[in-house]
Design a protein around this ligand. Structure first.
Ligand SMILES: [Zn+2]
Length: 436
């Protein structure tokens, strides 16, 4: 893609970016502090009484999920992070609830349009246009991701096809019958679709699908997973990141080595886990501020996602911040196995290099006061008898830890449509499986 095709905001210098982002946030602060009880209280707690005392992002406090959750408990049902009266809001969505009680999130018509517009950058980078037919392999429940993606594709002029309330084989049939060219799903579910298609004698490589965009897990930024999706579906696979509380903020470009942050609409910061300092790049927890959802904003929101953020000009021409390798996991997902820091995504990166594995599950168990990894793998037909041994060797080589690998019967592990739960912890007992 030529640089000329990019938006001006995608090639900002650092100074241009900072000025534009701060201008947009600062422009909204007076109304916010006047009308939004949640943020007015936070500012007052921090000793700020006048918006003119705020001269930099660092003057504003972080927002945590625990705070928002507590606020909704104390002020049901929506909490106090509302800038307008409730009749101004047109949509209610909920967080997935994988990390605590679901949060209720409201959007006004304006902020919903903003969500939709954020998707423009994501689709454009993947080469999706008005001539595409986009299939959404999701349930269309209360989670915001696919609703916003659907609205974004519709605004683009694409033909939007919902895959809600369908079984996996019904979805395969619908993709083929409708001539869908773009698939939206989690990385895991894309592989599940390919598996179901094979079982029914359908080769999705020969279907009209040419692009896939994935979210919910980092798979599309993990080379082995991405290559597998691409070869099994005959697509070019792209990654996307977003959060219900924040917005649809990230997309992978043709370099596909991570996701760019849409910095015209979001301010990203990285919180150093050791010093607690927030920086413009580096490794740590992603902190996000959105710049267009003023009805229920997120200011310096701690996402809990662990990233390695890199600045500079990408091969695609963009100067937008890049989260290298996508989101490597939740900050609290990291486990320590015999002194080695391990993320679920680093295990996935190794396991997905084995074509003979259909599905897998990793369990962390406490054995003799030490954490130990156990991995269950479901082999595909024709897998070698030494598969378990080869996987254990690869994990040992790649991560420096020993892992007990167990072969499981075909079809015994769940295939997830939403965020996959392949990583179980049983920290207090050697046999119990918790956290799934
Ligand atoms: Zn790029």
């Amino acid at each position: 893609m030529a640089v000329a095709a990019l938006d001006r905001a995608e090639t900002w210098s650092d100074d241009e970016r900072r000025a534009a982002q701060w201008g947009r946030l600062f422009g909204a602060l007076p109304e916010l502090l006047l009308a939004n009880a949640f943020y007015r209280r936070k500012l007052a707690d921090a000793g700020v009484s006048d918006v003119r005392e705020i001269t930099a992002l660092a003057d504003l406090e972080f927002t945590t999920k625990a705070e928002l959750s507590q606020d909704q408990t104390e002020h049901p049902p929506f909490g106090t992070n509302l800038t307008y009266s409730t009749d101004r809001y047109v949509r209610l969505h909920q967080t997935s609830g994988t990390t605590g009680r679901p949060l209720r999130i409201l959007d006004t018509l304006d902020s919903w349009r903003w969500w939709r517009d954020c998707w423009r950058a994501i689709y454009r980078a993947a080469g999706v246009t008005s001539t595409d037919r986009v299939f959404f392999a999701f349930s269309f429940g209360p989670f915001i991701g696919f609703w916003s993606a659907f609205a974004g594709a519709e605004a683009l002029g694409s033909l939007c096809i919902t895959g809600g309330a369908m079984s996996t084989s019904e979805r395969v049939a619908a993709i083929v019958a409708s001539g869908a060219t773009v698939l939206m799903s989690t990385p895991t579910y894309a592989l599940r679709l390919a598996e179901a298609a094979r079982q029914e004698g359908v080769d999705l490589v020969r279907s009209a699908l040419r692009v896939s965009i994935h979210a919910g897990e980092p798979g599309a930024s993990i080379p082995a997973t991405r290559e597998r999706i691409e070869s099994e579906l005959g697509v070019t696979a792209f990654d996307h990141t977003g959060a219900t509380e924040v917005g649809a903020y990230g997309f992978s470009c043709e370099a596909r080595d991570g996701v760019h942050v849409i910095e015209s609409d979001f301010i990203a910061e990285v919180l150093d886990p050791v010093s607690g300092a927030a920086r413009e790049d580096g490794e740590g927890e992603l902190v996000m501020t959105n710049l267009g959802r003023w009805g229920m904003p997120a200011i310096r929101y701690r996402t809990g996602d662990r990233v390695r953020a890199v600045r500079g000009r990408c091969a695609c021409g963009r100067t937008l911040l890049k989260l290298a390798g996508g989101i490597s996991g939740r900050v609290d997902d990291m486990v320590i196995v015999r002194g080695v820091n391990v993320f679920p995504s680093s295990i996935e990166a190794i396991i997905r290099t084995f074509d003979e594995i259909a599905e897998y599950r990793v369990e962390l168990v406490a054995a003799r006061e030490m954490n130990e990894l156990r991995c269950g793998i479901e082999p595909r037909p024709g897998a070698g008898v030494d598969l378990g041994e080869r996987v254990a060797t690869a994990i040992h080589r790649g991560l420096g830890i020993r892992c007990l690998v167990e072969m499981l019967p075909p079809g015994s592990l769940p295939r997830f449509e939403m965020k996959s739960k392949r990583f179980d912890r049983a920290p207090t007992s050697s046999s119990a499986t918790l956290g799934s």
